[in-house]
Design a protein around this ligand. Structure first.
Ligand code: ZN
Ligand code: ZN
Length: 277
């Protein structure tokens, strides 16, 4: 499995000198099996713009799997050049909640935006999905609802090309009690998704000292993500959904502070490519 890291930021983009190494675009990963082009996209944040140049001039033919519908996970949709052309074929899958086209159009239609999802060029299908397993673009995908804030949110476990990843971009355990480190208990769905994964890609928006104040917004502390990785037996942890104000140097310091733990900890960097399997 090859993972193209197209956007790593949470909440809103972060342009500027202090953010160039980890990147300022919001959540988007593009997955390829073996040598093929990326065919499965996880979330459509502003990082989705970065996928088009990776396709060597071809239209996108594949699926986009949304974790949830917050702006930072959907804003890239109308700016996805390789998906907005007559020869594109795109299946967009999102947590089931009413008619998917209408739900998406609540944020993407006049007067909020000039066009609706149905006006994207090419052949687009919009589908709501339930929790459970399915095959998407040759990947085995397990969807489970995970606690977040303000809207149905799925985490995904994705297996293909000899590797398994767990993707929990936005997740807060606070509704489930204080937990072993005072940062929330490990939700059973989160543990199931991350169980023995080669790579756990997890919400790392907060650090422990911020958690009490900011947890009501639905995000995790880095220390919770590390504890979840340890509990679930994940091999590596990739911190994701960085706070929009978190500078490159601050992210470096977070990674350095957890260098000697039992699970290797890295921070997702826009433009990087991760090979697994
Ligand atoms: Zn988000
Ligand atoms: Zn969110």
């Amino acid at each position: 499995m090859r993972i193209y890291v197209c956007g790593v930021r949470g909440s809103t983009p972060s342009p500027g000198q202090a953010f160039v190494r980890y990147g300022g675009n919001t959540s988007c990963l593009a997955l390829a099996i073996d040598e093929g082009p990326p065919a499965l996209v996880l979330d459509a944040g502003t990082g989705l713009q970065r996928l088009s140049p990776l396709l060597d001039g071809r239209a996108f033919r594949g699926s986009i799997l949304l974790s949830h519908l917050h702006w930072d996970h959907t804003h890239g949709l109308p700016f996805f050049a390789a998906g907005d052309r007559s020869d594109a074929q795109v299946t967009l899958l999102m947590p089931a909640q009413g008619d998917p086209t209408n739900v998406l159009a609540r944020a993407m239609s006049p007067p909020h935006f000039p066009i609706k999802p149905s006006e994207l060029r090419g052949k687009w299908r919009f589908l709501g999905i339930q929790e459970g397993p399915r095959t998407v673009e040759g990947f085995e995908v397990l969807a489970r609802e995970i606690p977040h804030k303000g809207g149905l949110t799925y985490g995904y476990r994705v297996t293909g090309g000899g590797a398994t990843i767990a993707y929990l971009s936005d997740h807060s355990p606070i509704a489930l009690g204080p937990g072993p480190a005072g940062l929330g208990t490990y939700h059973p769905a989160a543990v199931q998704l991350a169980r023995s994964a080669d790579l756990l890609i997890h919400d790392g928006q907060l650090v422990q000292s911020q958690f009490a104040e900011w947890a009501p917004f639905g995000h995790s502390a880095v220390e919770y993500a590390i504890g979840l990785a340890e509990t679930a037996g994940a091999r590596r942890l990739l911190l994701f959904h960085h706070d929009p104000a978190r500078t490159d140097d601050q992210i470096d310091a977070i990674v350095a502070a957890h260098r000697d733990g039992s699970v290797p900890v890295e921070a997702a960097a826009e433009g990087s490519v991760i090979e697994l399997g």
